[in-house]
Write a protein that binds this ligand. Structure first.
Ligand SMILES: Nc1ncnc2c1ncn2[C@@H]1O[C@H](COP(=O)(O)OP(=O)(O)O)[C@@H](O)[C@H]1O
Ligand SMILES: [Mg+2]
Length: 395
């Protein structure tokens, strides 16, 4: 590994590559070099990195963003492969670099970079208006990007839309089944659209409705089904062409808890069968339960990325307290009373959020503030969003 053997510069230890596909990689682990500024993948050239980090001798290397455990700041992860954007794209289900979309003057997606490795469930988490659906529309070749590059299943969306469409399945944000047709008819029609013969389409439709636990409803008109059933039917339909990549835009929005659990179970099953899943959601619990890796999107930009567990550990620690203060709080007075062993704190209106690795620190801290209610619980992705943006994700 070039540079990795140079003492104090690059070493292979502590390496937690983000989205790595098993390639040898190493992390800059000289404490003097932390925190490092974020260097976007698309803009990285080794001369730029050398400028940013003059202490590091760099070979002929690629770079991508990664995280080092226990260090809040982004670090740069390097490997010693030749720079080869096409090669990168081939190894990933989705490869986006500098991806941009405008609606008139409004920039809905602001030059985002991300990679979806094959075989995992990848999440785009963000509140309404973050740019999730716009990103999905570019990935599914509904409209081309206004800037940057985007490869899906190794193919460029600008030139290979038709071939890409044959190989993914899409569950859009809004259900668009034909309400007057039966479930079976809906799926058969879709199969015919992909060029299947009638018999083949029927066989596939029956098997998929079985898989999505809808066999009993196969002959019912769609309009007679519950919201959860319609959503599962959308997934069944999206699977008719045996996609390698299943893309789901807010798969469970508006569903009741039971319907969500059933749908999650089917998605896990699909992943076990080797289907790569890419989903958007504004539900933290959904991201936490399903996603192996995720990006957090906010106002058109990606503000963080990692596994759910590492995001929580990195930003807030293990425990969270929510304290509803009795009086309108003065932030300065609050700050003066906080214990020093807190990881973070955040004041949103009258609710004081405290974060710590140790539950007893929070229990003690709660006593310092006159309150009408308090709640101590394990920290979650909702907290990560809060500390990254100062806002809550749910509307
Ligand atoms: N067709 C459109 N024309 C103009 N603005 C749009 C259009 N579609 C989405 N937007 C705006 O772009 C932003 C991102 O929207 P969207 O991608 O739907 O976000 P999300 O799916 O995360 O809720 C929002 O501010 C939305 O109002
Ligand atoms: Mg959306």
């Amino acid at each position: 590994m070039t540079g990795a053997t140079r003492p104090g510069a690059l070493r292979a230890e502590d390496c937690l590559p983000f989205g790595a596909t098993g390639a040898a990689s190493c992390v800059l682990n000289d404490p003097a070099l932390n925190p490092l500024r974020i260097i976007e993948v698309r803009s990285v050239s080794w001369s730029e990195i050398s400028e940013a980090l003059p202490q590091v001798t760099l070979g002929n290397q690629n770079a991508f963003l990664g995280r080092r455990p226990g260090i809040a700041q982004p670090v740069l992860i390097c490997d010693n492969a030749e720079s080869d954007a096409e090669g990168d794209a081939m190894e990933r289900a989705v490869h986006a670099a500098g991806l941009t979309k405008r609606y008139g003057d409004f920039v809905a997606v602001k030059g985002i970079d991300f990679d979806v490795p094959f075989g995992i469930c990848f999440g785009i988490l963000g509140p309404n208006g973050a740019g999730k659906t716009t990103t999905i529309r570019m990935i599914t070749c509904r409209f081309p990007p206004d800037g940057g590059t985007l490869h899906v299943l190794g193919l460029d969306v600008r030139t290979h839309g038709r071939r890409i469409k044959e190989r993914f399945g899409l569950v859009p944000q809004e259900n668009n089944l034909d309400e007057d047709l039966s479930l079976l008819e809906n799926l058969e029609l879709y199969g015919r659209y992909f060029g299947m013969a009638g018999k083949e389409a029927r066989r596939k439709a029956v098997a998929l409705l079985e898989f999505m636990q809808l066999a009993e409803k196969a002959r019912e008109p769609v309009k007679a089904l519950s919201g959860g059933m319609k959503r599962r039917a959308m997934i069944a339909r999206a699977l008719i062409n045996d996609p390698e990549l299943l893309i789901l835009d807010e798969p469970t929005t508006g569903l009741d808890p039971q319907a969500r659990v059933l749908l999650w179970d089917r998605l896990r099953d699909l992943k076990d069968r080797g289907v790569t899943l890419l989903l958007t959601t504004h539900y933290m619990d959904e991201a936490e339960r399903l996603c192996d890796e995720l990006v957090i999107m906010h106002e058109g930009a990606i503000i963080d990325r990692d596994t759910p567990r590492r995001l929580v550990d990195r930003h807030v620690g293990r425990w969270a307290a929510e304290i509803e203060l009795t009086a309108a709080p003065d932030p300065k007075a609050v700050a003066a009373q906080l214990p020093s062993s807190l990881r973070r704190w955040e004041l949103v209106g009258r609710i004081l959020h405290l974060f710590a690795d140790d539950q007893s620190v929070l229990a003690e801290a709660v006593q310092r503030f006159p309150h009408t209610a308090q709640h101590i619980r394990p920290a979650n992705l909702e907290d990560v969003f809060l500390v990254r943006t100062g806002r809550e994700i749910t509307e």
